[in-house]
Design a protein around this ligand. Structure first.
Ligand SMILES: [Zn+2]
Length: 236
């Protein structure tokens, strides 16, 4: 005898029962961190609960129907950015003072070269902080082409994919452990038609943002709701 079980869209592992959160309508793969939205196609009737309402447009996102498709944007800003601004002010301020002293006091060359890495870090973080205030990720699906772009400040991660080549989209948890504790963000990934190639579409999102993006793109792409039921051997 076998039970119908959830299969992870990313790594095809069977989702264990403790990883299914019916109250939130979510399941999480304990192997790879993929997060699945238990929508009407599964869970609702089969499990007597756990059906998740469609995800409403989250904060700091927009949805627009364009002439040839749809465009979804997400602002990069989150309140956490203020902590980064604070850090950059201290960091950059320290370097300004350092160099002011190094050049006026005729300090040795090493004092001028020593902080080069610190300067690089300061520049990158400051650039990111500014970008967090002004940048948006633009996701468009027009005439079957899925495009991801970050504007107006240049940032890597632009993508262009043929919508037809995508079998499935899924959200994935990203955990980063830093000095200030653990930060959890969510990414949106696409599984290609060959069943093994995966492309990261967007990152740094809140859970609702990632689920919303997945939901709307799947709708527009005509991809079946996940998770796909699969068969695994039942327990004795
Ligand atoms: Zn998985």
């Amino acid at each position: 005898m076998s039970l119908t079980a959830l299969k992870c869209p990313s790594c095809s592992s069977a989702i264990r029962e403790p990883d299914i959160d019916l109250s939130r309508g979510l399941a999480k793969c304990s192997y790879c961190g993929s997060v699945m939205n238990l929508t009407a196609s599964f869970g609702g009737s089969a499990q007597g609960g756990g059906k998740r309402e469609p995800v409403a447009l989250p904060k700091r996102m927009t949805f627009e129907k364009t002439l040839h498709g749809i465009e979804i944007t997400r602002s990069w800003f989150t309140p956490v950015v203020w902590a980064l601004v604070f850090f950059c002010v201290i960091w950059d301020g320290f370097l300004v003072v350092w160099y002011a002293m190094a050049f006026t006091a005729g300090a040795p060359m090493i004092a001028k070269l020593f902080p080069v890495i610190h300067v690089t870090v300061g520049l990158v973080l400051s650039y990111y902080a500014v970008a967090s205030f002004v940048n948006k990720t633009h996701v468009t699906l027009e005439r079957g082409i899925l495009r991801i772009a970050h504007r107006p400040l240049p940032w890597p991660g632009a993508r262009e994919l043929a919508g037809m080549s995508l079998r499935q989209l899924f959200c994935k948890e990203h955990i980063s452990r830093g000095k200030n504790g653990v930060t959890v963000t969510y990414e949106l990934w696409a599984l290609h038609d060959d069943g093994s190639t995966k492309t990261k579409l967007a990152a740094g999102m809140e859970l609702e943002q990632a689920l919303y993006l997945e939901q709307e793109l799947e709708k527009a792409l005509g991809i079946q709701d996940r998770p796909q039921p699969g068969e695994v051997p039942g327990r004795a």
